[in-house]
Design a protein around this ligand. Sequence first.
Ligand SMILES: Cc1cc2nc3c(=O)[nH]c(=O)nc-3n(C[C@H](O)[C@H](O)[C@H](O)COP(=O)(O)OP(=O)(O)OC[C@H]3O[C@@H](n4cnc5c(N)ncnc54)[C@H](O)[C@@H]3O)c2cc1C
Length: 505
Amino acid sequence: MAEHEHVRVAVVGSGFGGLGAAVRLRREGVTDFVVLERADSVGGTWRDNSYPGCACDVPSHLYSFSFAPHPDWPRTFSGQEHIRAYLEHVTDVFRLRPHLRFNCEVKKMTWDPQGLRWDIETSSGRLTADLVVSATGPLSDPKVPDIPGLDTFPGKVFHSARWDHDYDLRGKRVAMVGTGASAIQIVPAIQPEVERLTVLQRTPPWVMPRIDRAITGPERWLHRRLPFTAQARRGLLWGIRELQVQAFTKHPDQLGVVEQLARRNMARAVKDPDLRARLTPDYRIGCKRILLSSEYYPALTRPNVDVVAGGLAEVRDSTVVAADGTRAEVDAIIFGTGFHVTDMPIADRVVGADGRTLAEVWKDGMEALRGASAAGFPNWMTIIGPNTGLGNSSMILMIESQLNYLADFVRQLDVLGGRVALDARPSSVHTWNRRVQDRMKRTVWNTGGCTSWYLDAAGRNTTIWPGTTSEFRRATRRVDLSEYTVLRAPARATAGEQDTVEAAI
Ligand SMILES: Cc1cc2nc3c(=O)[nH]c(=O)nc-3n(C[C@H](O)[C@H](O)[C@H](O)COP(=O)(O)OP(=O)(O)OC[C@H]3O[C@@H](n4cnc5c(N)ncnc54)[C@H](O)[C@@H]3O)c2cc1C
């Protein structure tokens, strides 16, 4: 990267969010942009999570871009390697390669109030940009809990999102820490080959069957030849999930029916009442993400599996000690313990107009106007920002809504003309966030009686969108300039003495 290169837009991250932003920028006629990626290839989540059994839990025909339909999805819930290949394909088809900068980790982004641009330090040099699109992903930095004694463990330790494919699990005694979305895919995949599998469960998840099957040749033929059939399929998958939203957001009682189905799913596979008791959650279904698997419960009943109802408390040499005192000697510990979601590392690296980092501004909880713009961080947008996560549908729908917002943001800057920046007004951010938090009060995520990664350290839900995806689509269709302060460099200012003026619209 040339020293002090200047681009119009710097996109950070090349997962669904970053690649989607790149496609959208090109479609808006913006070609002066780069995509900065710390890894050596695209894919984000689907590059980093290569653990055995990794697959999406939203059907592939919905978990893909609407503007890049893929008639050839092999399964209803396709595996990681196919989703990763899809993203490589999108990169090629939309001619994004020239924009990509790999092995380029963003270390710091600082707003320059005089130049009205971002100064970006990366692991491979420095650049400036008029606009930053931060698409670093809510689930991209693995979290490993601070466990006493872990550093003295003589065996192998790794996180599910950093799977060590050189380590042969065959015949090994393995501890699986956590029972979240990744763990329930890993457990049935590795159970047949390990000698002993100890599953350390802090809180049991609700698990529903996953109706996964190969998509047949005729179906694929139909989707290729008559694209509207793939669109209809997508529409149906989307519509069903939209109809479910009210139960999550307004009427958690209605989820009791789903809870019964989940209980039946467990009872079918788990005959031992003691094991069933350990696996039965004590909170309302939906409070934590509802997990989908038809293999998880059967795997837990195999003779080489122990389910310990207590999280990992301590490691003593090669022994893992659970919170309930259970011990097991193991050769490897696999952490399926999630990600830094409400404390995402990128927030420490963004320095706004008043010299504070985003992490400092968000110390009492993340908040951003329409999930995108934080006050005091002009011309900086985040994809999958605060309160844009979903409990039951495809994140690609939310990403595409944010791309609409990004496209309009760019258009508005063009219309305003000159050296200009948009800074979300604190009052607009506050109003938006208050409405979101008011709606959150009745949702199952806040009332269901669980703690989850949706909540931050103070118990505030700063991750989930408390509505339908179509409501969010409407809320992000256009940038409302009255929600922003327009910052302008005076037309007659000379370099070095530019003074920013605020033009309230
Ligand atoms: C195992 C797993 C399964 C999932 N399944 C589903 C599913 O079925 N349905 C669903 O809707 N969602 C699912 N998700 C959520 C998923 O994360 C999102 O759907 C989506 O992939 C996020 O895309 P993204 O581009 O925002 O983030 P990511 O895919 O995480 O991409 C972020 C990118 O930013 C890069 N990056 C981060 N920091 C920096 C930096 N400082 N400098 C440069 N680059 C940086 C990362 O290397 C990464 O490539 C799943 C998540 C996981 C972990």
